[in-house]
Every structure is written in C-alpha cells, then in structure tokens.
Design a protein around this ligand. Structure first.
Ligand code: SF4
Length: 267
C-alpha cells in the first residue's frame, strides 16, 4: 500500500505564507511540517531584519508547533552573502574580480542561490510531497506561475487577498513586527530589489547597516540597482530630503531634481 504524500508548507514568516498555513489547517487540512530557509549575512548574523529574526525564533516557530502541531525545519546554505559578495572569479573575462552586488542582468541574481540550493537539496531528500504556497488571491502573475501539480494555494482557493492575509496574521498574533512604516515586503535587509521607502527606512532605522551598504557600494564592480543607481545616489537623495531640498514624495520624484536642487544650493 502506498503512503499518502506529505503536505509541507514553505514559510518565510511573512504574512502570506503564514496566513496560507493557518487557512489550510483551519479549513480542515493537514500539514506535516514547515520549512524555512535562513539566508545568512555572515557566519553569525541572519540576513533578516533583526525584528523579523526575533519574531521567527521567539514567536512564529514556537506558536506553529504549539497551536497547530507544525514543526518548522530551518535550512541554511554553508555559504553566506558577504562571502559571495567578495568571492573572486577564478576564470573567464572577470578573473580576479569580486562578484559584488548580485544585481546583474547578464548573470542573474547570485544571492537567490543561498536559498534555492538548500531548498532543492531538501526537496530531493524529502521525495514526493504536496507544497502549501503562500500566494494571495490578488497576485495574478504569481498564481499563473505557481498553479502546478503538487502545489496547493490555500489563499487563492479561499479568495483571500494580501490585505486579508494581513488580517488573519494579526488575528492570530503572527504578524511580524518587521512590517512597519511602509515596509510591505520582507526579505534580506540589503536586498537590491527593495523599494525606495524600504531603503529610506533602512537608512533611518539601521544606520549601521546603511553604512555597510555604502561601503559595499564602493567595493562593488556592479551597480546596486539595474538602472545604474548606486547606494550613494540614494544616500544623497535621502540626505536632500532630510534637508528639505527635495520632496520625499516618491510619486513626484525625478533623479534630475537632485541636480536642480544642487544648482540652486550653489548659486
Ligand atoms: S531577498 Fe533580495 S537579496 Fe535576499 S535572496 Fe532574495 S533577491 Fe537576493
């Protein structure tokens, strides 16, 4: 007799993955375990925002186990972001050069391998299973991509949007404190895909992290953003906002405004 495949949840501790898991269980579904992949910044420190890291280990994982009987397995790559950032090419036309920021249109984002490799190894070891995925009913593109055999999308099945997912997590005391002041997405604090408001918040709330980004910006042979903007560009922009020389309203901002404001300051 063949065993029923396991049902496992892939979680980040963000609102969508947790709301999906809660919704699945509360509507009578079974979950045999959760998996979380931890990206490390260096040997000691996680890449998560500190408040999210604390939430994961002191609140989220214990609550899932205690309230829902779901134990979380933590995966981790043997290498980390900083090691890879300063890793030198050993062959090819860039031989001897460091990798720098992962934002490369040609070579893709090397940082995602810090997650996909441990997850793929775990999938090979686990064998066949059904995966619970935290995609909300209003994320059309992601739904299209992830509606495949072997994956269950509880939020989509129940018509729950991102706003609905947020409410579910809040109701169950599982809403990460890292969602704060305009931070809509979690992920690595140094992520090059972060929006302007998240970067603005990082500079304000974690000046020591921002200083590190500025240092890497000098060392990196690759621009921070694919459009060629650097961390120093953003630093200059935020500084000018602080000095009220330009507006902090992202909707009206143009990079040329910075030159205009600088000219004004010079004359
Ligand atoms: S969150 Fe950003 S930095 Fe972290 S792995 Fe994903 S793309 Fe890379």
């Amino acid at each position: 007799m063949s065993e029923e495949p396991k049902i496992l949840a892939s979680i980040s501790g963000g609102k969508d993955s947790l709301a999906a898991l809660i919704t699945h269980i509360e509507s009578g579904g079974r979950c045999d375990g959760a998996v979380y992949c931890r990206i490390m910044f260096d040997d000691e420190t996680s890449a998560e925002y500190p408040e999210h890291e604390d939430f994961l280990f002191s609140k989220c994982f214990p609550t899932l186990e205690r309230e829902y009987g779901v134990k979380t397995r933590v995966l981790q790559s043997p290498t980390n972001y900083i090691e890879q950032f300063y890793r030198r090419y050993e062959k090819g036309k860039n031989i001897g050069r460091i990798q720098g920021f992962p934002c490369s249109i040609v070579r893709g984002n090397w940082c995602t391998k810090l997650k996909t490799r441990p997850i793929n190894a775990w999938k090979r070891e686990t064998g066949k299973f059904t995966e619970l995925v935290g995609i909300a009913a209003d994320e059309e593109k992601r739904i299209e991509r992830d509606t495949v055999k072997g994956k269950v999308l509880p939020l989509v099945e129940h018509g729950i949007t991102e706003a609905g997912a947020r409410e579910i997590c809040k109701r169950h005391g599982l809403y990460s404190p890292a969602y704060t002041k305009g931070r809509e997405r979690l992920g690595c604090w140094f992520c090059h895909n972060q929006g302007v408001q998240q970067l603005r918040l990082l500079r304000k709330k974690y000046p020591e992290y921002w200083k590190l980004l500025l240092k890497w910006d000098k060392d990196s042979p690759v621009f921070f953003k694919p459009d060629g903007h650097t961390v120093h560009d953003y630093d200059c922009r935020f500084q000018m906002e602080d000095e009220l020389l330009i507006s902090a309203d992202d909707k009206v901002f143009r990079w040329s405004m910075m030159d205009e404001a600088l000219n004004y300051r010079l004359f």
